[in-house]
Design a protein. Sequence first.
Length: 118
Amino acid sequence: VQVVESGGGLVQPGGSLRLSCAASGFTFSNYVMHWYRQTPGKERELVATISTGGSSTYYADSVKGRFTISRDNAKKTVSLQMDSLKPEDTAVYYCRAIFLGFGGTDYWGQGTQVTVSS
């Protein structure tokens, strides 16, 4: 099983980044996908969620209207388009896959650093 994030980097305030998460080793289309973020000394916080089929999404208030989560079940990927980035968006971003059925398996990626700074 692998969950691998990519696309992080340094961007100026107001800029955009697109994070990607590639999954393998499990039935991706059966998993609800999430993006979390974490800064030093703080708990990991949920940023966005997308349902198995992609029809339902959730966003934290802090990113609503600026971030967009999407998924491609054929390619086994989930993306996070981040626009109008702010310095407070600086964090390590993690992808998480959760199976809500029997067994409730849960997979995390290793994270990708996003830094918003001029």
